[in-house]
Design a protein around this ligand. Structure first.
Ligand code: FE2
Length: 319
């Protein structure tokens, strides 16, 4: 990386998919990048119980019951569950039934599995990227519990850029924020618009006015086209229009949009809305959302080349 040229790979919303995380770590070498950034919602949402019957195991993967008769079959299936973004949990029917009945016990087990998986991912990152030139930034998103922060912060190979101004070079700096405005699901890092505005304002006070500014903010700007999500009815089901088409509406952050309009960063990286892959211009700022297809094991990303304080080129990737 010279001060004039930086090649950035950005992906987001892999929601626990281990195969997508490994693809993300490989992206630096594969796309010959200087910087790789994961923009939030890195942890999964579900536990898959794997029942231990002594000489065989039973679990449900993708709605199908599987009987695993050897250690090799078990290991293969545990990995398949992790690659789909869920957390396999070895247990027996009685223990699992007791966990299901007790929400605090369920929370404890879920949190333990999340932490263990992020710890394992950090080890993969350290094995892959130690002594490499590529810089790796991994940020939490609104879906991620605050408990993962200390794990991310414990690494000296990856950097958690959340709520920081990071200097990618001495001429390029990145303002990062891993939150969202309030969603219908009330996720751990959903915060009101006013708080997003305050957080950005606090970070803007630390910005070097002589350097190029980039944004990396989990939630996209409001009404930018890269924040269009299915409209939900009172039962949280997608609304369907008169012609049978899915109704969509903008759900991004008004505070993020306002900040982009005022401060005009060179580029602005976002995720959060999986189906709104694309780019959008707000004034002079080019905003990106690479989308997400983590449940298919596909890593969607965007590769951006900066040269002489300009965006020289960009391409969306899928693989
Ligand atoms: Fe999100």
């Amino acid at each position: 990386m010279s001060n004039d040229r930086i090649r950035i790979f950005f992906a987001s919303d892999i929601h626990g998919s281990e195969v997508c995380f490994k693809k993300f770590l490989n992206a630096g070498e594969f796309y010959k990048c200087d910087v790789i950034i994961l923009g939030g919602d890195i942890t999964g949402k579900f536990i898959v119980p794997v029942y231990d019957f002594g000489d065989y195991y039973v679990c449900k993967v993708g709605g199908r019951e599987e009987v695993l008769k050897s250690k090799e079959e078990l290991e293969r299936t545990l990995q398949k569950i992790r690659d789909l973004g869920s957390y396999p949990y070895l247990t027996n029917r009685e223990l699992w039934d007791n966990i299901v009945k007790d929400s605090s016990k369920m929370e404890e087990v879920f949190n333990k599995l999340v932490i263990e998986s992020v710890e394992r991912w950090i080890k993969y990152a350290e094995a892959k990227l130690s002594n490499k030139k590529v810089k790796c930034y991994i940020m939490p998103g609104n879906d991620d519990s605050y408990s993962i922060d200390s794990v991310l912060d414990s690494s000296n190979v990856i950097v958690n850029p959340n709520e920081k101004i990071i200097h990618l070079t001495d001429k390029v700096q990145m303002l990062s924020l891993g939150y969202s405005n309030i969603t219908p699901w009330k996720c751990p890092r959903d915060i009101p618009e006013e708080e997003i505005e305050e957080k950005i304002a606090r970070l803007m006070n630390k910005v070097d006015r002589n350097s190029i500014l980039l944004y990396c903010i989990h939630v996209p700007p409001y009404d930018s086209g890269i924040d269009s999500a299915p409209e939900l009815d009172e039962n949280m089901k997608p609304r369907v229009g008169p012609g049978g088409q899915l109704m969509v509406k903008p759900v991004g952050s008004k505070a993020v949009r306002k900040s982009i309009e005022i401060h005009q960063p060179l580029l602005s990286l976002h995720g959060h809305i999986h189906e709104a892959r694309g780019f959008s211009k707000i004034g002079k700022t080019l905003c990106f959302n690479p989308g997400s297809e983590y449940h298919e094991g596909i890593l969607r990303g965007v590769l951006i080349q900066l040269e002489k304080n300009k965006i020289r080129d960009f391409i969306f990737t899928s693989g």
